[in-house]
Ligand binder design. Structure first.
Ligand code: NAI
Ligand SMILES: O=C(O)C1=NCCCC1
Length: 279
């Protein structure tokens, strides 16, 4: 995944400086890594940054953590603009479901509960003990969350997990659908993160058919969602900048594809911080 970015700002580094970045991320996904002792993340990533004038390799950055956080951050932004901006926040009592409690499920849970007023979190994982471990971790983090009275439940089935949920994250990498329309309340928001057979494998066609689908990037969608036979409303960015309207009263789906620019910019930020702190 190659990204070339010119003339952009990193205000946390220097609000007057203009940055130019050429970056590429290499990703592997080895599902059996979880069975190793000690376990190794299934998704592993390395980010390379290149000098924008000479093309010379400038930095090699460990990209596994960056991948986790930037993916969750994209879902948080999508959830803010596609879900929280259309509900009455004064009465909002939002319930979150995490389907798949691996690396992404965990970071999404922490990110969502730290950022939004989530009153209940419902967890499901194929191996139940993993959901139970995440529940313990979240219980111990409650003091840092927006809603300190967060209720945490582990469920034995996906249907039970999502039945009362307003916001859903699917992060399993399952190759066939596990989330179906009949399981859902009305007006829910789904962040479909996992990559199985395709990006849209985890969610049944009936959900896409009745929902408004948003992506992180049109370019990514043209290449990576060729087999999704339902119309895409737009990019989340188009809702943010007002080109597309904020959806109202709808089932919304953020189809997360992952963008190389996210990795390149965070990589650049880390290099700039490293060099600044070295001085
Ligand atoms: N959209 C994006 O930008 C990104 C997507 N991903 C994708 O997200 C998914 C999850 O990634 P990680 O959390 O890093 O993986 P992980 O291996 O840490 O977690 C996956 C979880 O889902 C469960 N699971 C695995 N296969 C399953 C199946 N067939 N059915 C039901 N549950 C299953 C596992 O028990 C595990 O807890 C992967 O498909 C990965 O490719 C990862 C990074 C970025
Ligand atoms: O953007 C990424 O990084 C990934 N996207 C799809 C699945 C693996 C990692």
């Amino acid at each position: 995944m190659l990204a070339v970015l010119n003339n952009y700002k990193l205000s946390s580094i220097d609000e007057h400086k203009t940055f130019h970045t050429i970056g590429q991320k290499l990703v592997t996904y080895f599902q059996d890594n979880v069975n190793l002792q000690p376990p190794v993340p299934t998704t592993l990533a390395t980010i390379c940054l290149f000098d924008n004038v000479t093309g010379k390799l400038r930095s090699i950055i460990e990209g596994t953590e960056i991948t986790s956080w930037r993916t969750a951050a994209s879902s948080l932004v999508a959830t803010k603009y596609l879900y929280f901006n259309r509900i009455d926040k004064t009465t909002a009592d939002s319930v979150l479901a995490i389907i798949g409690c691996g690396v992404q499920g965990r970071i999404h849970a922490i990110g969502m509960c730290s950022t939004f007023n989530i009153s209940t979190i419902n967890l499901w994982n194929r191996t139940n003990s993993k959901a139970e471990s995440l529940a313990v971790e979240l219980e111990n983090m409650k003091a840092t969350f927006q809603n300190k009275n967060l209720k945490i439940y582990v469920h034995n089935s996906v249907g039970e997990c999502v039945a009362e949920s307003d916001i859903i994250v699917t992060a399993t990498g399952n190759r066939t659908p596990l989330l179906f329309g009949h399981m859902l309340k009305t007006n829910v928001h789904i962040n479909a993160v996992g990559y199985g057979q395709t990006h849209h494998s985890e969610v049944d066609g009936g959900v896409y058919e009745n929902g408004k689908i948003y992506v992180d990037s049109w370019t990514g969608a043209e290449a990576e969602l060729k087999t999704l036979n339902y119309p895409i409303e737009g990019e989340v960015g188009e809702v943010i900048n007002g080109v597309k309207e904020t959806p109202t009263q709808a089932l919304t789906i953020f189809q997360s594809l992952g963008m190389a620019v996210e990795d390149a910019v965070v990589g650049q930020l880390i290099v700039e911080l490293y060099e600044k702190n070295k001085k």
